[in-house]
Design a protein around this ligand. Structure first.
Ligand SMILES: Cc1cc2nc3c(=O)[nH]c(=O)nc-3n(C[C@H](O)[C@H](O)[C@H](O)COP(=O)(O)OP(=O)(O)OC[C@H]3O[C@@H](n4cnc5c(N)ncnc54)[C@H](O)[C@@H]3O)c2cc1C
Length: 442
């Protein structure tokens, strides 16, 4: 649900991505080429190279380059990453399958003591990539805890690519000339440098910019608001609705960071706030965090927010539970900026006691041209408001009939976003006017 403008500005990055896969393949076909092994042989080898190039480029996709990720949003990037890595692995399986079918002798013995080293490296690479795909697609079913999975993921990805490059260099097909060999070695090196940037250099930069926890405040609905101030210098520039990766009680090198929306407004300088719901191993510890503890923040990221749609005549915010976090940031910013555009907030919660920022929303409704519509799954007996979930009926009852220039921002868990998307379809809201932030990317 990204905007067309976002898709347009993302086009150069998509083309760059495609070039990073296609150019190395094109280079293989230039100049001197091996002779006489037949179409299927060449095809199988090219599939292998294409699969490897796709796997290698995944390091760029997940390197969090702000300019490259901004047009898409993190959910789309991770979806793309998962999709392309699975497709790349599919090509690698086809590479092996085709060779096994048409040229079984070329694969030789599976026994590592008898097989040439580069063939064993190739087999181990396939195993590593296979383990990545299985552990990523079925992580929850396999009951692998997220942080453990992440460390495993990095280890398997690095070993898979190194083993695959060793396989390619050993097999040497299409890499007879020194310049082709150098190009593929350079390519492999660039993938590994990206990993070094992500895992070592960026954490090293974060270590140099530590933050302190200023306060930890309990909110309704098993949520906590953390206020953090930078130890040195000012707060980074951000737009309301963006998010950052937060590390608490760990070093940035430990891969124990979690994404949270910035709930604070950039108009209020000096500190940032995150509002976090207790959900799992990490978020359940937030209430134990003490003022003064050190934190690290990598951000801002994301393209979700009102600032990307200056031409909107008004906004409809739809949030479920802690999905209010980016919305409150936007509402606070719009109030401070004196924005007079009409706004609606449809806020779904199980019951009245879980409605985070209840009182502040009342104040914001007074300060802005904001209509707040609470929708409760289990309302109290005297409740006169909306019940159930936010759906087409609820939206229709509160939105004006002339809503052509409105943009819709939806935030919450994946299933909620899917159900709202159906409601917006039924209302005929164009895709370019809908934007979402999904809180579960994995
Ligand atoms: C862009 C974005 C913004 C978010 N903003 C907020 C917010 O403002 N407030 C809030 O309460 N929650 C927010 N979340 C969700 C929050 O990141 C997860 O609830 C939290 O990481 C769960 O961690 P856990 O260890 O407590 O739970 P677990 O039970 O371990 O994990 C629950 C689920 O959260 C996801 N998750 C866990 N760890 C990570 C991680 N390190 N990186 C990515 N996903 C992870 C996985 O899908 C996992 O299955 C946001 C998520 C995203 C993607």
């Amino acid at each position: 649900m990204r905007t067309i403008a976002a898709r347009k500005s993302g086009l150069p990055w998509l083309l760059l991505y495609l070039a990073l896969i296609m150019v190395p393949l094109g280079v293989l076909l230039l100049g001197e080429r091996p002779r006489g092994n037949g179409f299927w042989w060449d095809f199988a080898l090219l599939l292998g190279y294409a699969g490897l190039a796709m796997m290698g480029v995944q390091f760029a996709l997940t390197a969090r380059f702000k300019r490259a990720t901004a047009p898409f949003g993190i959910d789309l990037i991770y979806y793309f990453h998962r999709f392309l890595a699975t497709a790349g692995f599919g090509l690698l399986l086809l590479h092996v399958g085709l060779l096994a079918w048409k040229y079984p002798d070329a694969l030789g013995s599976f026994d590592p003591r008898l097989a040439p080293r580069h063939m064993t490296f190739g087999r181990l690479a396939i195993l590593a990539f296979g383990a990545i795909i299985i552990s990523s697609l079925w992580r929850k079913q396999l009951r692998i805890e997220y942080d453990q999975w992440r460390r495993l993921h990095v280890l398997l990805a690095l070993s898979g690519v190194v083993l695959a490059v060793l396989h390619v260099q050993g097999a040497g097909a299409y890499l007879q000339s020194p310049w082709k060999r150098a190009l593929w070695s350079g390519l492999a090196l660039s993938w590994l440098l990206l990993a070094v940037w992500v895992r070592l250099l960026r954490p090293a930069l974060l270590v140099r910019r530590p933050w302190r926890v200023g306060s930890v405040q309990r909110e309704r609905g098993r949520c906590w608001t953390l206020t953090l101030t930078p130890e040195r210098g000012g707060v980074f520039a951000y737009h309301p609705g963006q998010f950052a990766w937060l590390t608490l009680r760990a070093s940035p090198f430990a891969l124990r960071e979690h994404p949270f929306s910035l709930a604070s407004s950039p108009t209020r300088e000096g500190s940032v706030q995150f509002t976090i719901k207790e959900l799992g191993d990490f978020t359940r510890t937030i209430g134990d965090i003490q003022p003064g503890e050190r934190a690290y923040i990598d951000g801002p990221y994301g393209s979700f927010g009102v600032d990307r749609h200056p031409a909107a005549t008004g906004f409809v915010f739809i949030a479920g539970g802690v999905g209010i976090a980016p919305m409150i940031s936007m509402l606070r910013a719009m109030a401070d900026r004196g924005d007079r555009r009409p706004l609606w907030l449809f806020y779904g919660n199980r019951d009245w006691e879980r409605v985070v920022f209840r009182e502040e929303l009342d104040d914001l409704a007074g300060a802005l041209a904001l209509t707040v519509v609470h929708v409760l799954g289990e309302p109290p007996p005297d409740w006169n408001g909306e019940r159930g979930v936010v759906d087409r009926g609820v939206l229709q009852r509160h939105l004006p009939s002339d809503r052509a220039g409105l943009h819709y921002l939806v935030c919450g868990p994946g299933p909620m976003i899917a159900s709202i998307a159906r409601g917006l379809d039924e209302l005929g809201v164009p895709t370019r006017q809908r934007h979402s932030e999904i809180f579960d990317i994995a």
